[in-house]
Design a binder for this molecule. Structure first.
Ligand code: SF4
Ligand code: SF4
Length: 471
C-alpha cells in the first residue's frame, strides 16, 4: 500500500502506485486541458506530484511537449542562472563483491585487473586533479568489505582534504559508496563529506533482482532504504539517480519522482541532486543487450520533465554523454557536469594501458580547460564553487535559502570568484581571455551596487594573490 512517509521500500516505492500512475499518464497523454494546468503549476516553481510529472513525460501533443522544454529552460534560467558547477569523479578501488550485470567491476569478471589506490597513490591522483583546477570530487568505489571497508573510505577522505598543492585544494568530497549502516553513515558525516550519492539503478524490483543476482546489493529493500538510514546517521545532503536504459524509462522516472517526494515528506529534505546517467559500453557490457535504451529525444524530455517537477534539485550529467547531448541538456536543466573525467582506478596519473578497465566508456574526452572554454563560449559561467557546504548551508537550511531565492546572491558571485581563481591558476591563454571577458560582462549585470563593488574588490584581491574568497 503506497505510503510516502513510510520507511519501507515497498511502501514509498509502491509497485501498484507506479503502475497506476503509468496508466493515468497514458490515459491523459492527449488531455490538453490537464497538461496545460500541470504546466501552469510547474511555472510557479513549486514542484509537481509524481502523477503530474508522469503526464508531462508521456504528453503526446507536440506544442505542449515544446512548452515543457521551454518551461524547463525558463526554470533553469530563473533558479540557476547561467552557472554550471564543475566536478570530477575519483575512482579509489574496483574491487567489488556484487554481481551487477551492467558493470565491468562485477565480482565474476575475471579478465579485468583489480586495483585499489594506496594513500600515496591518492595523493598523486588528487594532486593531478588539483593541477587541472578541480575543487570538487565525487569518490567512487566498489563494495568490498575486506578491500574497501569504511575505514579505508574515511582515511582516503582525510588524505584528500589534507592535500594542498600550489594553490590547489579539494574543498568538497562527495561520496558514492554502496548502501551501508546508520553507524557508517554517521562516520561519513563526521568526516565532512559533501553529498552522499547512491543511484537506485532501477526502481523496478523485478528488473532490479535480475540485474543484481548476487552480493549485498541484491537486497532491493536495503538498497532502496539507504537514504533513510543516511538521514538517520545525520547526513542531510543526498543525491539520487537511476541508470536509464536498465529498465523502462517511464517506470524509473516515476520511481525517481516518488523517491524525491518520500525524502521530502519522510526525511525532511528532498534530494540535493538527481543524476541522469544512461547506460554506456564497457568491458563485458554491451548496451545493445539492454532493450530499454533511451533515445536522445526521450532523454531530453526526461531532463525537461525532471526540471519542471523538482525545480530546486540540482541535476548532474557526466562525461558518459557526448558534448552534443551535454550542450542540449545544459539549457534544459542540468546544473552540474563532470569534466576531464577518468573512470578507471588511477586514471589521472597513469597513462592508459590496454588492460585498464574503465567503469564505462567516455563519450566526452576533452580536457578541463577545453570544457571550461566551451562553456564560456556557450555563455555559461563554469563554477568551482563549494561555498554552501563549507558555510553550513546544507539540508533543510539550504532548501529554505534556495526556495526564498536568496541563494542567487551567493551563487553568481561565488561562480565568478571561483572561475577567476581557475583562470589565474590553471587556464590556457585563450580560456583566460574568454573567461576574463565573461567575468567583466557578468559583474556589470549585477543590479545590487554594493555587491557589484564588493565583487570587483574581491576580483582584484584574487589578482593580488588571495584565494578562497566566498559569499
Ligand atoms: S555498479 Fe557498483 S556495486 Fe555494482 S558491480 Fe559495479 S562497482 Fe560493484
Ligand atoms: S553558493 Fe551554494 S548553491 Fe550556489 S553554487 Fe555555491 S555551493 Fe552551490
Amino acid at each position: 500500500m503506497y505510503n510516502v512517509k513510510s520507511h519501507k521500500a515497498e511502501e514509498f516505492i509502491d509497485d501498484v502506485e507506479i503502475k497506476e500512475t503509468l496508466e493515468y499518464a497514458a490515459a491523459n497523454r492527449d488531455n490538453r486541458a490537464l497538461i496545460e494546468s500541470i504546466l501552469d503549476k510547474a511555472a510557479l516553481c513549486k514542484g509537481l506530484t509524481h502523477r503530474e510529472a508522469a503526464v508531462l513525460l508521456d504528453c503526446n501533443i507536440p506544442d505542449l511537449v515544446e512548452r515543457t522544454f521551454r518551461l524547463a529552460e525558463e526554470i533553469k534560467k530563473k533558479l540557476y542562472g547561467n552557472r554550471i558547477v564543475m566536478f570530477a569523479p575519483l575512482y579509489l578501488s574496483n574491487y567489488c563483491v556484487n554481481g551487477c550485470i551492467y558493470c565491468p567491476y562485477h565480482a565474476k569478471n575475471r579478465h579485468i585487473p583489480r586495483k585499489k589506490l594506496t594513500q600515496e597513490e591518492i595523493v598523486r591522483e588528487v594532486t593531478a586533479l588539483q593541477d587541472m583546477g578541480h575543487k570538487r570530487l565525487a569518490l567512487e568505489l566498489g563494495e568490498h568489505p575486506v578491500e574497501n571497508p569504511i575505514e579505508y573510505v574515511l582515511e582516503s577522505i582525510r588524505t584528500i582534504y589534507g592535500i594542498h598543492h600550489r594553490n590547489g585544494d579539494i574543498r568538497r568530497v562527495n561520496v558514492n559508496i554502496a548502501a551501508t549502516t546508520v553507524q557508517n553513515y554517521r562516520k561519513l558525516r563526521d568526516a565532512g563529506i559533501g553529498t552522499y550519492i547512491l543511484f537506485q539503478e532501477t526502481y523496478d524490483k523485478q528488473k532490479y533482482q535480475m540485474l543484481h543476482p548476487t552480493g549485498p546489493k541484491s537486497d532491493y529493500a536495503y538498497h532502496t532504504e539507504a537514504m533513510d538510514r543516511a538521514r538517520e546517521g545525520g547526513i542531510d545532503d543526498m543525491g539520487i539517480g537511476v541508470l536509464f536504459g536498465l529498465s523502462g524509462y517511464r517506470y524509473d522516472f516515476v520511481g525517481l519522482m516518488m523517491h524525491a517526494e518520500h525524502m521530502e515528506a519522510a526525511l525532511g529534505v528532498g534530494p540535493h541532486t538527481i543524476s541522469v546517467p544512461r547506460i554506456r559500453p564497457a568491458d563485458d557490457v554491451n548496451p545493445d543487450e539492454f532493450s530499454d535504451a533511451v533515445p536522445d529525444d526521450k532523454f531530453l524530455h526526461i531532463v525537461a520533465a525532471i526540471r519542471c517537477a523538482v525545480p530546486y534539485t540540482g541535476m548532474i550529467i557526466s562525461t558518459r554523454e557526448s558534448s552534443k547531448v551535454r550542450e542540449k541538456v545544459l539549457d534544459l536543466g542540468i546544473s552540474q557536469i563532470s569534466g576531464a573525467s577518468r573512470t578507471s582506478v588511477g586514471g589521472y596519473t597513469e597513462p592508459e594501458r590496454d588492460e585498464d578497465t574503465a567503469q564505462f566508456d567516455l563519450a566526452d574526452k576533452r580536457s578541463l580547460d577545453e570544457v571550461v572554454k566551451w562553456l564560456i563560449e556557450l555563455g555559461y559561467i563554469p563554477s568551482f564553487c563549494t561555498a554552501c557546504y563549507r558555510a553550513g548551508r546544507t539540508g533543510e537550511r539550504f532548501m529554505k535559502i534556495c526556495k526564498s531565492g536568496k541563494i542567487q546572491d551567493c551563487c553568481t558571485p561565488n561562480a565568478l570568484l571561483t572561475l577567476k581563481e581557475y583562470l589565474l591558476d590553471y587556464a590556457s591563454p585563450d580560456t583566460m581571455k574568454a573567461g576574463d571577458e565573461l567575468i567583466r560582462r557578468e559583474i556589470e549585470k549585477i543590479e545590487n551596487e554594493a555587491l557589484r563593488a564588493s565583487l570587483k574588490r574581491d576580483i582584484a584581491s584574487l589578482e593580488a594573490g588571495k584565494r578562497d574568497l566566498r559569499y
